[in-house]
Design a protein around this ligand. Structure first.
Ligand code: NAP
Length: 273
């Protein structure tokens, strides 16, 4: 029951109406019988929103597009991963001190570690945007060798340099092989569900294939990889597991990740009907 002691959490972004986070975080609060509620705030004026978090004593928020980078100067402190990736997707209000974290990294690593090795392995990441950055820094921290392939070569090269890795132009995608391949571009995302970032014959150059795209749940890339018997990791796991890491930061408790995953899968399945 919501009462005078209910703690408030939420997500700030624009747009946010499609977000799965309110459903999975409220599920976790209910599961642990924590008197808290998680709401979606469509935020354009970021400075006012951050002042509001301080003024209203909101306990924690998720930060999504387009505020992940611009929120940084408005915070009091950053944790190491947020500092290194240059992006914040989680804020903890610790007795009035706003601390920024990046759990996209943790979410990706948790999802990958469930099914694949990381240390000493060569991972090829397609893309150099927010998702590629988070996944790249997470993998690098765990000891992987990173190869970035991006449509805009200069952006890919800059990210590869920051990660101590290598980069190649998009046109050379078919010459590259490695242990893992990760799509961190929107290719294959609804409604362009028949798109695939790399021709299926070149998928044999890899053992593990991950897609950051989670809508649809099974992208064409993952479908083709499965057909070849490769290990596949879907984007929903990364999404839910970054939420699991947020829940831990806010409450100190372990979120029910399997149940949260089930709820998120069900919502996406209904949306696809
Ligand atoms: P972003 O910051 O806008 O970056 C997009 C990247 O994809 C850029 O490197 C861009 O290349 C490249 N790209 C876009 N369209 C392309 C195309 N048609 N062909 C080749 N490359 C293309 O976006 P983001 O936040 O990284 O998100 C990327 C994808 O990951 C989205 O589908 C998003 O939904 C998903 N995502 C998933 C999670 C999760 O938890 N599962 C988290 C974050 C994002 P240029 O540099 O050339 O523009």
């Amino acid at each position: 029951m919501i009462d005078a002691k209910t703690e408030v959490y939420g997500i700030i972004g624009h747009p946010v109406s499609h977000s799965l986070s309110p459903t999975i975080q409220n599920f976790a609060f209910c599961y642990h019988k924590i008197n808290a509620v998680y709401l979606a705030f469509d935020v354009i004026d970021l400075e006012s929103a951050i002042r509001g978090i301080r003024g209203l004593g909101i306990k924690g928020v998720s930060v999504t597009i387009p505020h992940k980078v611009s929120v940084i100067p408005l915070l009091d402190r950053l944790d190491e991963l947020a500092e290194r990736t240059g992006a914040v997707n989680t804020i903890l209000n610790k007795d009035g001190l706003l601390i920024g974290y990046n759990t996209d990294c943790l979410g990706a690593i948790l999802a990958i570690k469930e099914k694949a090795d990381i240390e000493g392995k060569d991972y090829v990441i397609l893309g150099a945007g927010g998702a590629a950055r988070a996944i790249g820094f997470g993998l690098k921290k765990e000891g992987a060798n990173i190869i970035i392939i991006n449509r805009t070569y200069e952006k890919g090269e800059a990210l590869a340099r920051a990660l101590g890795g290598r980069s190649y132009p998009w046109g050379r995608i078919r010459e590259i092989s490695g242990y893992g391949l990760i799509n961190a571009t929107p290719i294959g995302m609804w409604p362009n569900v028949e798109q695939i970032p790399i021709s299926k014959e070149y998928l044999r150059n890899f053992k593990v294939v991950m897609d950051a795209v989670y809508n649809p749940l099974e992208t064409r890339l993952l479908r083709e990889a499965k057909r070849l018997g490769l290990v596949t990791i879907d984007g929903l796991k990364m999404l839910v597991y970054q939420g699991v890491a947020q829940f831990k930061i806010w409450t100190g408790r372990d979120a029910p990740k399997e149940e949260m995953l089930k709820v998120a899968r069900e919502i996406l399945r209904i949306k696809e009907l």
